[in-house]
Design a protein around this ligand. Structure first.
Ligand SMILES: *Cc1c(COP(=O)(O)O)cnc(C)c1O
Length: 433
């Protein structure tokens, strides 16, 4: 399979190259040049994430040097589960897809672990050490740090906006040491992202470092995210004989894009509905057809505070006609007052403690029901609520038990440096190492 740039189909790359580059040479994003098509029978007898991953992703690895290692990559990357839990107190049959059982308790662990497993093999005989730069609004940085920590072939620099992530997220970003360096930037997430982009274009850094990125634009993060949609939809399809619908908390559109691709290749997925927070770039676009990126606004679901969701470029390349695109997805926006209300209400009525991001999807679920939606709905749960205890506990009035993986990270000393939001400050730090 060839991957092509969203901006120029003649810019082709095999998977390894697309992963190593992160972004296409013309600034576009890599997407599959053609999609395979499956029928559900091709997954008969397959029940676990690694084996479903191997079957689903085989065509995406075709022709690449990594193809022979796909099985090993899948077993290494999918080392934690993505359980589908019945929401038995829901007003209508529904399930929760729990994506928070990885090392840093958020769905970003799937992409980060898979990326680490592929990059390790791509870099096996490389003469230079790789430096991964990652700008994070909270969860990506921790997942990437966890996945690449102590790997001898790579250094990681994590940039996060100081004071704009939860206390426990900050701890997860800064507890690593070793080959991971964490920078608390005196600025916003957008500024962190700008610094990373500028670093890639900086001649001095290009000379001194072999830079790479691990942000959600990397196709190596999207592919593994298709796998939990495949597994959960097959499971419900086999049980119920109908296609489940998904509600996905959405920021940069990476998680939902993977669901769209999973449906596109034939997985039994019905409707896909995006739940956004008060950042309404996507919801406005799906209503009006006008794409108007804007600065992000801060919300309680901070990992979704994205004003210019970059994966929209991939969605638009899959469905260039707006009418067609509009028919593929629903979207609904949830504000902070509704997030708080949903955290409170669902802790009583559904006996579920959500994270603030998942609460947007749970709110949209109720909205869909009140508008008469039918079918089986899956609420996608993107993070464990214990990561956001400072927001959730005051609403639910209950202390959230901390999962063991998270407890271990919280007990480690914090190691970070403050950084001004400029390229030169970052360059100085990187070149000191
Ligand atoms: C990153 C993140 C999201 C948003 O996912 P996108 O792929 O950016 O749309 C939602 N919830 C949590 C907890 C996240 O970390």
């Amino acid at each position: 399979m060839h991957y092509i740039s969203t901006r120029d189909a003649s810019l082709r790359a095999l998977l390894s190259e697309a992963i190593a580059r992160g972004i296409a040479p013309d600034g576009g994003l890599y997407v599959p040049g053609e999609f395979p098509h499956f029928n559900t029978r091709q997954f008969d007898g397959l029940n676990e994430l690694p084996e479903i991953a191997e079957r689903l992703l085989a065509p995406f690895f075709e022709g690449d040097a990594l193809a022979s290692e796909l099985g090993a990559i899948c077993r290494e990357a999918f080392h934690f589960p993505a359980p589908l839990v019945t929401l038995d107190q829901a007003p209508q049959p529904a399930s929760v897809l729990e994506l928070f059982h990885g090392p840093t308790s958020a769905f970003k662990d799937f992409g980060a672990c898979f990326l680490a497993a592929t990059m390790e093999r791509i870099r096996r005989n490389a003469p230079r050490k790789l430096t991964i730069l990652v700008a994070t609004s909270g969860d990506t940085g921790g997942a990437v740090a966890a996945a690449f920590h102590n790997k001898p072939w790579v250094d990681v620099a994590v940039l996060y906006p100081k004071g704009l992530v939860s206390e426990r997220q900050a701890q997860q970003l800064a507890c690593w040491g070793g080959n991971v360096r964490t920078f608390a930037v005196n600025g916003t997430f957008d500024e962190c992202q700008r610094m990373v982009k500028e670093a890639f274009l900086d001649p001095a850094l290009q000379e001194s470092h072999q830079l790479s990125s691990a942000n959600s634009i990397n196709v190596g993060r999207l592919l593994p995210q298709m796998v939990y949609y495949a597994k959960s939809s097959l499971e419900l399809w086999r049980q119920l004989g109908r296609r489940p619908n998904y509600i996905i908390p959405t920021g940069n559109l990476g998680n939902a894009m993977a669901c769209v691709w999973a449906r596109h290749v034939g997985m039994p997925i019905g409707e896909i509905v995006l739940a956004t927070n008060a950042n309404q770039t996507i919801t406005d676009f799906l209503r009006s057809g006008e794409w108007q990126p804007r600065p992000s606004v801060a919300t309680l679901a901070s990992a979704m505070d994205v004003g210019n969701p970059s994966n929209m470029e991939r969605l638009r390349s899959l469905h260039p006609e707006f009418d067609e695109l509009q028919g593929q997805l629903g979207a609904s926006s949830v504000d902070d007052i509704e997030i708080r209300g949903t955290l409170r209400r669902d802790s009583h009525e559904l006996n579920r403690i959500w994270c603030p991001h998942t609460a947007t999807a749970a709110k949209v679920y109720r909205r869909m029901l009140s508008r008469g939606a039918r079918g089986h709905w899956v609420i996608v749960s993107t993070a464990h609520p214990a990561k956001f205890n400072d927001i959730v506990e005051p609403q639910t009035g209950q202390e959230i038990p901390v999962p063991p993986a998270l407890a271990k990270l919280l007990s480690l000393p914090r190691q970070e440096k403050e950084l001004e939001p400029t390229l030169s400050a970052l360059r100085t730090q990187l070149q000191q190492a």
